[in-house]
Design a protein around this ligand. Structure first.
Ligand code: B12
Length: 351
């Protein structure tokens, strides 16, 4: 079902991708599965359908949600169609598992299961036996699975940086169990630079890069050849610990002061207040992750992205600045946290 060796297949795009987006947009599961089945019948490689059509459309879905053109519900429905289409491709493609065994999991608290599922199918197509453990796998369950099945490698997916402390715990536990770790997902930062920092043995940007890497001289036979990186001991200092422990109180206090600091919030309805509480949680979590890794960019990228999302929903950047300020006011004794917050506030666009 894959393209014959040496055949170069152009990426799927244009009118076909628009048609598929239309089906996804309508929540048309039968239509989407019919389309991918027709493509397979026409000899289009399964990999192209997974990466270009299903994956590429997910990225467009994300952009439409961020621009406030699609609701959260519509995005959820679209993702459900993508999962169904991927299952249809998987059902039509079988490759004998003759390479080895890989355990694939999303880190604890990571709910983006579809990108990892895409990777699972790409690896299966390349002859790996894959145990796909799904979204949000607590570290202890992952380790139990490793002891029970003895895989050649663990593939760990992290799409949002707030999960990096949990990713670190999982990577450390896998290392202790003697199993090499390949990390992936945009949560590990540009070029995967935080994956190495957290002790992963390898990182790949896309599913196809992971397939190529694993088809080469990998996994390493002896994982002790990969010492823990320098600086690991500095992760999770007392500022990080304080932020994590006081998270509920930080959010409650900030919400209690919201209407005084930002009078337009007096007119907020329940769902707006709920969304603001969630945003306070995100501010705290991204700041905690930035402190954990020691990377300003984790927090600044988040605040810039959130400013864009809020602006497209008619909420001015000032509202975000005020919210961040309400968290900052409670962290005056924490110099690393306040300096990260100040740098992020300075980078926010004016109203
Ligand atoms: C669908 C979706 C969701 C769904 C996920 C449902 C599901 N079953 O997967 C739900 C609603 C749960 C969700 C929630 C959130 N989401 Co979301 N989501 C998306 C969306 C639109 C699509 C994800 C997807 O399927 N991508 C398709 C694949 C193909 O993407 P890909 O990155 O290219 O995947 C490849 C690589 O990542 C790589 N890879 C992935 N894992 C691994 C592992 C290994 C080992 C390797 C080697 C490679 C690898 O291989 C993949 C295949 O090639 C993206 C937008 C986007 N552009 O991706 C946002 C996105 C990922 N979400 C985002 C955010 C912020 C959130 C929330 C925080 C939103 C909120 N305010 O609550 C929550 C966090 C939830 C959580 N704790 O996990 C941001 C993340 C930004 C960031 N890095 O900081 C994104 C990028 C949106 C955006 N435009 O900014 N989301």
């Amino acid at each position: 079902m894959t393209s014959p060796a040496g055949t170069i297949t152009p990426p799927i795009g244009g009118e076909l991708a628009d048609r598929y987006l239309g089906l996804v947009s309508d929540g048309d599961e039968p239509g989407a599965t019919d389309l991918v089945n027709d493509l397979l019948d026409d000899g289009v490689p399964a990999q192209r359908i997974i990466v270009d059509l299903i994956g590429g459309t997910q990225a467009r879905v994300g952009d439409l949600w961020a621009a406030n053109e699609w609701s959260v519900a519509r995005e959820h429905a679209a993702t459900a169609v993508g999962e169904r289409a991927l299952a249809a491709v998987a059902a039509r493609t079988t490759t004998p598992p003759d390479r080895g065994r890989i355990a694939l999991a999303c880190v604890d608290g990571e709910w983006h299961g579809l990108p990892a599922r895409m990777l699972a199918e790409l690896l299966r197509l390349d002859g790996w036996r894959v145990d796909f453990l799904g979204a949000s796998v607590p570290g202890r369950h992952l380790i139990t699975h490793l002891h029970q099945t003895g895989p050649d490698a663990v593939a760990l997916s992290c799409m949002i940086p707030t999960r990096l402390p949990r990713a670190h715990a999982a990577i450390t536990a896998c290392r202790s169990a003697g199993v090499p770790v390949i990390a992936g997902g945009r949560g590990f930062g540009p070029g995967g630079r935080w994956a190495e920092r957290l002790g992963a043995h390898a990182w790949a940007r896309t599913g196809e890069e992971a397939v190529a890497l694993l088809a080469g001289d990998w996994p390493p036979r002896n994982v002790t050849d990969f010492p823990m990186p320098d600086g690991e001991a500095f992760l999770g200092d007392e500022e990080y610990t304080h932020l994590v422990r006081s998270r509920p109180q930080l959010i409650t206090t900030a919400m209690g002061r919201l209407t005084t600091a930002y009078p337009p919030a007096r007119d907020y309805d329940d769902s707006q207040l709920e969304a603001t509480t969630e945003d306070m949680g995100h501010i705290t979590d991204f700041l905690a992750a930035a402190l954990y890794i020691g990377e300003q960019a984790i927090f600044t990228d988040f605040t810039e992205w959130t400013a864009g999302v809020l602006t497209s929903r008619g909420v001015p950047p000032t509202a975000l600045s005020v919210g961040i300020g309400l968290i900052r006011d409670q962290l005056v004794d924490f110099p690393a946290a306040t300096s990260m917050i100040d740098a992020a506030l300075a980078a926010l666009p004016p109203d």
